[in-house]
Ligand binder design. Structure first.
Ligand code: AMP
Ligand code: MG
Length: 322
């Protein structure tokens, strides 16, 4: 009898130990969420015991940032700055001040190819309009004169002013990248195994595994890739004219505008992918290299060790620049 009790007790201990081991080693819950903001579909995937809490926090952050960057809402901070910055110094939040200061830095590093004062030209081309059309050369010239990051003055106490009354800021070139960085901060503040944030081409992956990221072929159906890149704890941002635009008289006009001539950029590239630790920087650099051309990718790789590029030119030639 005693022997049977002993054996039963032993079996119970073994079952408890196996159960405990399985509990401690169980795969964390994987949860996904899809949100529409920044004019794009945002997909979040998180593997964590706190996945739902993380997703809820991320969604709140997405909506907060969407409001902050919204140049179409007259009450947004950026619209208030656009309205007042040309009249007198206007005090903005630490967050907006930081984004604008860093954006000026990206302009300096990219010979002005990236320029957040592009707004008058973005408005003129009005690519989101139901019936967009090519503006006249005269109008393009007039609005081009309004564009220069050198007209933004960042002063003390978070004050920003414009040297010209016509200066207007559009943060569309860094908004998704900045948001990806913030979402990643939220995820990293929680215990998690891995996570993937995808803001329509702006990707950030974090955690203990690497990810194979497919790069959209600019001439093919959505989901058809021309290359796959493996990344771990980094952002991958792809930009190109194929994403948004319209055709007129057999010519295609897209949404990335050259601050050099006021027309949709035509540097000979079709797609620019940037990998690095700051999604905001990758976002700005993808736009800048698309505007300026491949030489800028080489230049940026020399100064920023953290970034690398995969570019496709008009002839379909693919090149990796590290
Ligand atoms: P993306 O959606 O990342 O391709 O960013 C393009 C957006 O950036 C456009 O929709 C404009 O709002 C803005 N943009 C266009 N051209 C430029 C430029 N040369 N420099 C900075 N921002 C730009
Ligand atoms: Mg971009």
């Amino acid at each position: 009898m005693k022997k049977t009790t002993g054996i039963l007790f032993l079996i119970l201990i073994i079952i408890t130990a196996i159960g405990g081991y399985a509990y401690l080693n169980r795969a964390p819950a994987v949860r996904k969420s899809t949100v529409f903001a920044f004019d794009t579909v945002i997909n979040l995937t998180v593997a964590s015991e706190e996945a739902q809490q993380i997703l809820d926090e991320c969604e709140r952050e997405i909506y907060r940032l969407d409001k902050l960057f919204n140049v179409h809402s007259p009450m947004s901070e950026i619209s208030q700055l656009n309205l007042n910055g040309g009249i007198s110094p206007f005090e903005v939040s630490d967050e907006l001040y930081g984004i604008i200061e860093r954006s000026i830095g990206y302009s300096r590093k990219t010979h002005g190819a990236f320029d957040i004062t592009i707004k008058p030209l973005v408005d003129l081309w009005d690519i989101k309009n139901e019936k967009p059309s090519v503006p006249s050369d005269r109008c393009i010239k007039d609005n081009l004169e309004k564009v220069s990051y050198k007209n933004i003055v960042t002063g003390k106490n978070n004050e920003i002013s414009f040297l010209s009354p016509d200066t207007r800021i559009d943060l569309g070139g860094v908004a998704k990248g900045y948001a990806a960085d913030r979402l990643c901060d939220i995820i990293r503040s929680h215990p998690h195994s891995w996570a993937l944030v995808d803001l329509g081409g702006n990707i950030y992956c974090t955690g203990d595994r690497s990810f194979s990221i497919g790069i959209q072929h600019p001439d093919k159906e959505r989901g058809e890739y021309f290359c796959v890149t493996d990344v771990k704890n980094a952002s991958v941002v792809t930009g190109g004219g194929y994403e948004r635009g319209f055709a007129e008289d057999g010519k295609y006009y897209h949404h990335i505008i050259s601050p050099y001539n006021g027309y949709p950029a035509d540097s000979g590239l079709k797609s620019v992918t940037v990998t690095g630790s700051s999604s905001e920087m990758c976002d700005a650099y993808s736009t800048a290299v698309f505007v300026y051309g491949r030489e800028l990718a080489e230049e940026l790789c020399r100064t920023d060790e953290d970034v690398s590029f995969i570019i496709m030119d008009k002839n379909g030639k693919i090149e990796e620049i590290k």
